[in-house]
Design a protein around this ligand. Structure first.
Ligand code: ATP
Length: 283
């Protein structure tokens, strides 16, 4: 069974169209959700997490329709959601925070064992007695991730969990996400194309409330095939160009006839997909 099936989801906040006709399907494995600021990623995740309803469209999550109270409850029982700002209680220990979420989730039998299990799963055995305020950003994110894993959810929704982490913490966090994606459905919102290339089997790109791409990461890179080249000097007419470590310029756009074409990356494909204004901003 497809975990998530969305058809034509739309949502407006006053005059702002946050989502417009969004359709996609999610299955087991990790799917990355990429898009610039304001693309509609968080709004979409909140709808999938049943925190807010869409104005229009059809949605089935784990076979249930979240428009009705019974459907919402069925989804929530099998869902793990890590919002952008999980609202950690700074004076709680890691154990107390996850236990608090376990209480809210109405886990009754073996609750403390379950809290220990998820803290172990994210590598926090040695830190569970530490106060949240004393943990590093990466460890704090792991506490949040532990809470999303309570009761072994079938669908895990993570909103920009790698923001603010240093490279090593990001690497460790990616390893955890890859592991979590084995045998369940994970939707990972991110600004980092590297998150997508390292752990995602599929990727969705959003911009201005619409889906611009859905497919495998390699297919996202292929969007820029024949449109990426290097040059000694900044190329005229490139949509985006930046100087690389060896002093050459990396250019995206319509190449001149004698251009030294290079294989595009996922980032190149992503930049090709979003609009010219965003490309100018990225240059
Ligand atoms: N509660 C709200 N009230 C009014 N407008 C909102 C609300 N939530 C989101 N929006 C607007 O909807 C659009 C989509 O916002 P959203 O937060 O979903 O984007 P995003 O892709 O998650 O951005 P970011 O990467 O910056 O987190 C934006 O224009 C935003 O200002």
């Amino acid at each position: 069974m497809t975990t998530v099936q969305a058809e034509g989801l739309s949502l407006r906040f006053g005059r702002t169209t946050a989502l417009e006709g969004v359709s996609f399907a999610l299955d087991d494995g990790v799917t990355g959700l990429l898009g610039p600021n304001g693309a509609g990623k968080t709004t979409l995740l909140r709808i999938l997490a049943t925190a807010i309803p869409a104005d229009a469209g059809q949605l089935r999550i784990l076979g249930a329709d979240p428009r009705g109270a019974a459907g919402r409850l069925a989804v929530r029982r099998r869902l793990g959601y890590l919002p952008q700002n999980p609202g950690f209680h700074q004076h709680f220990t890691a154990f107390e925070f996850v236990d608090y979420i376990a209480i809210l989730k109405e886990i009754v039998d073996g609750r403390h064992d379950e809290v220990r299990r998820v803290l172990h799963a994210v590598g926090l055995d040695d830190h569970r007695g530490k106060k949240i305020k004393a943990l590093s950003g990466g460890m704090r994110q792991r506490v949040g991730l532990a809470a999303t894993l309570l009761d072994d959810p079938a669908l895990v929704i993570l909103d920009e969990p790698t923001v603010g982490l240093d490279p090593e913490q990001r690497l460790r966090f990616r390893e955890l996400i890859a592991h979590i994606g084995e045998g369940r459905t994970v939707l990972l919102s991110t600004h980092q194309t590297e998150d997508v290339s390292t752990v995602c089997q599929r990727v969705i790109v959003m911009n201005q409330g619409r889906i611009r791409f859905e497919g495998e990461p390699s297919a996202l890179a292929a969007v820029a095939m024949g449109r990426v080249w290097t040059s000694r000097a900044r190329a005229d007419g490139a949509l985006a160009a930046w100087r690389t470590g060896n002093g050459d310029y990396h250019n995206i756009g319509d190449p001149p006839p004698d251009a030294r074409l290079v294989d595009p990356s996922i980032e190149d494909g992503y930049l090709m997909l979003i609009d010219a204004a965003s490309l100018a901003g990225a240059a």
